[in-house]
Design a protein around this ligand. Structure first.
Ligand SMILES: *Cc1c(COP(=O)(O)O)cnc(C)c1O
Length: 376
């Protein structure tokens, strides 16, 4: 079977039914007129943007956002149906491709608008409004500039949006800042209405925006990481976000076992010295597959045949060693480094916390060598 052919060395398993569950849960948090715009940047957080977009098309999702024009073209060339919005900056020389592939470009600020105008190309756009994050967007105060955009002949404005930068937290300060950003966004919308502009599709929330501010009225919610069952960090989990199911597992195999004597060193640089006679196993995965070196020497917990154990010594490029002294483990057995095995589970949050980063960075570090296996 295809699946067994790919279960070699080290691989990722992607549970499409968990993604479906997450879409259903997130949908319950949307206002009835609000649709999902799936954010599939950086190869869909490394889940493979084409595979995921195809699956989401089957679930009747027809709006997508990506970071770059190349990511957008990849989706279009794979026959993905629907509007594809580029969130980032597209170079002047690439603008013709927006039209060619029927893509939508963000107006990232006023000088970028001038560039789009100068191109004289027919381009579909969404305007980003900077309401306080100060990353991308037209300053919400410069409202007259917006009128100029709406009267620009070669641009069709089909959307207007902003991005919240504190929707993940529950402190008064964070909640007040969300309110401040929403007020600024609404002031722009009111101004446009007063000037008889037909308001294009509005979108504001990303994952934590939807989970922490449910039933918010807008046309789209730009959902990224929550589709895959996690938020950036477990420090900001609400009961609502605990309904999400993690959709990815990382697995490898034991390829060799051996006995080592008390006082023997294991691995590079004599970092680990056996305190007793031990049995260890070598597993065919390393930091070049994205299993961080910070999981070296006991920090990393793995599962074998439903039992928990730990790494010993430094993680190598392509290999690592685990302690199997007290567990049942043999050559060929599967080692779960992320995900479930029997009653035990290692979550993305655990990997993120142990390597002092956020879940998205852990996901993005998973290496090209890992085969991706999808199942439902
Ligand atoms: C990345 C991104 C999103 C999606 O964020 P998640 O937290 O992954 O849901 C939405 N909007 C913009 C502008 C983004 O850059």
């Amino acid at each position: 079977m295809e699946i067994f052919k790919n279960k070699k060395r080290a691989w990722l398993e992607i549970d499409l039914s968990a993604i479906k569950h997450n879409i259903e849960h997130l949908s319950k948090n949307l206002d009835k007129n609000c649709n999902i715009m799936a954010v599939l940047k950086a190869n869909a957080y490394n889940f493979d943007s084409v595979e995921i977009a195809k699956y989401l098309n089957k679930l009747n999702i027809y709006n997508f956002a990506v970071a770059t024009i190349d990511e957008a073209i990849e989706l279009r060339q794979a026959n993905i149906i629907g509007e594809i919005l580029v969130l980032g900056y597209t170079e002047f020389n690439d603008l013709y491709k927006l039209h060619m592939y029927d893509l939508t470009q963000t107006i990232v600020d006023i000088s970028y608008f001038e560039l789009l105008k100068k191109s004289k190309l027919r381009i579909k756009t969404h305007i980003a409004i900077d309401t306080g994050m100060h990353r991308l967007g037209v300053d919400y105060i410069n409202k007259d500039e917006l009128l100029e955009m709406f009267s620009c002949k070669n641009l069709t404005i089909t959307g207007i949006y902003t991005h919240l930068c504190t929707s993940d937290g529950f402190s008064k300060e964070f909640e007040n800042f969300v309110k401040y950003q929403l007020d600024n966004f609404n002031s722009v919308i009111n101004f446009l209405e007063k000037n008889s502009i037909k308001i294009p599709k509005k979108h504001v929330q990303a994952s934590t925006g939807v989970l922490n501010y449910p039933k918010f009225k807008s046309d789209f919610a730009r959902l990224g990481v929550a589709i895959f069952g996690v938020l950036c960090s477990d420090k900001t989990l609400s009961n609502n976000s605990k309904e999400l199911k993690e959709a990815i597992s990382l697995k490898s195999k034991i390829i060799s076992t051996k006995n080592v004597k008390k006082e023997d060193y294991i691995g590079y640089s004599q970092v680990y010295k056996a305190k007793k006679d031990m049995r260890i196993a070598t597993v065919s995965i390393g930091y070049c597959d994205g299993y961080s070196r910070s999981f070296s020497n006991g920090i990393g917990t793995v599962l074998v045949n439903g039992q928990k154990t730990n790494t010993v010594g430094l993680i190598c490029m392509d290999l690592l060693m685990i302690d199997i002294t007290n567990i049942n483990a043999n050559v060929g057995d599967i080692v779960t480094l992320l995900g479930k095995d029997g009653k035990e589970e290692i979550s993305l949050y655990e990997l993120a916390n142990k390597s002092s980063t956020i879940t998205i960075e852990v996901l993005n570090h998973f290496g090209e060598r890992l085969k991706k296996i999808y199942f439902e």
